[in-house]
Design a protein around this ligand. Structure first.
Ligand SMILES: [Zn+2]
Length: 57
């Protein structure tokens, strides 16, 4: 059984594997947005906070 969510950014459907875990990060194949699985029941995702890479001195 597969579940699917909608990307909050572009609205495209995305399958969530049944062995996914809460807090798992995945990227949308359509727009590349990094998504975080907030909850499994009910399925809920949100844009993951962008990781800021600090290349400063
Ligand atoms: Zn998307």
């Amino acid at each position: 059984m597969t579940n699917s969510i909608e990307c909050p950014e572009c609205g495209s459907a995305k399958e969530v594997p049944s062995d996914s875990q809460q807090g798992q990060l995945m990227s949308c194949a359509c727009c590349g947005t990094l998504l975080e699985l907030l909850s499994l029941s009910p399925l809920s995702v949100a844009k993951a906070p962008q990781i800021e890479e600090d290349f400063g001195e």
